[in-house]
Design a binder for this molecule. Structure first.
Ligand SMILES: Nc1nc2c([nH]c(=O)n2[C@H]2C[C@H](O)[C@@H](COP(=O)(O)OP(=O)(O)OP(=O)(O)O)O2)c(=O)[nH]1
Length: 140
């Protein structure tokens, strides 16, 4: 039987402000895909639902406590060949945040972008696919 490595489930958040801009996180230079802009989030841990993991990751990464019920699924992107790494599936959720008081608590930087600006940012492959899905006409 083919030996398929266990896949990794990652959750990410497309957070929109009141002006139609979206929050992106620039990965620290020393990490996988360092220097590229992603939707903030991280890996789902054993025993967590994707939504639980999203709330935990956004608190850890941005210092922002979001309401699970205020997040809506947008879609997902998958990577079949991992170059020695397990296959990855990223599930994207969206929510709205009008306040301030967040930071890149685990390194890197964060900033807000219009869809046009976000499309032009250098991103890892799955975030390219997720951004295309998110900003496609009629999705949001
Ligand atoms: N956002 C994003 N992550 C990707 C892509 N491809 C890919 O292998 N990954 C990996 C990088 C990370 O290992 C993981 C995202 O989880 P994370 O945000 O918690 O990553 P991390 O660097 O803090 O964790 P780690 O890998 O150091 O354990 O998914 C992609 O296209 N976009």
């Amino acid at each position: 039987m083919e030996n398929i490595p266990t896949w990794t489930c990652v959750v990410a958040l497309a957070l929109r402000d009141g002006k139609g801009r979206w929050l992106m996180h620039r990965r620290p230079a020393d990490k996988h895909h360092g220097g590229l802009w992603e939707f903030p989030g991280g890996k789902v841990e054993t025993g967590e639902t994707p939504r639980n993991a999203l709330v935990r990751e956004i608190d850890e990464e941005l210092g922002l406590v979001i309401e699970p019920a205020a997040c809506a699924p947008v879609g997902f992107a998958e990577e079949t060949s991992g170059e020695g790494r397990p296959p990855i599936v990223i599930m994207l959720y969206t929510s709205v945040w009008d306040g301030s008081g967040m930071g890149a608590l685990e390194g890197g930087e964060i900033d807000w972008f219009t869809p046009e600006e976000a499309e032009l940012l250098a991103k890892p492959p799955l975030d390219v696919a997720l951004a295309a899905k998110l900003f496609a006409k009629g999705v949001i």
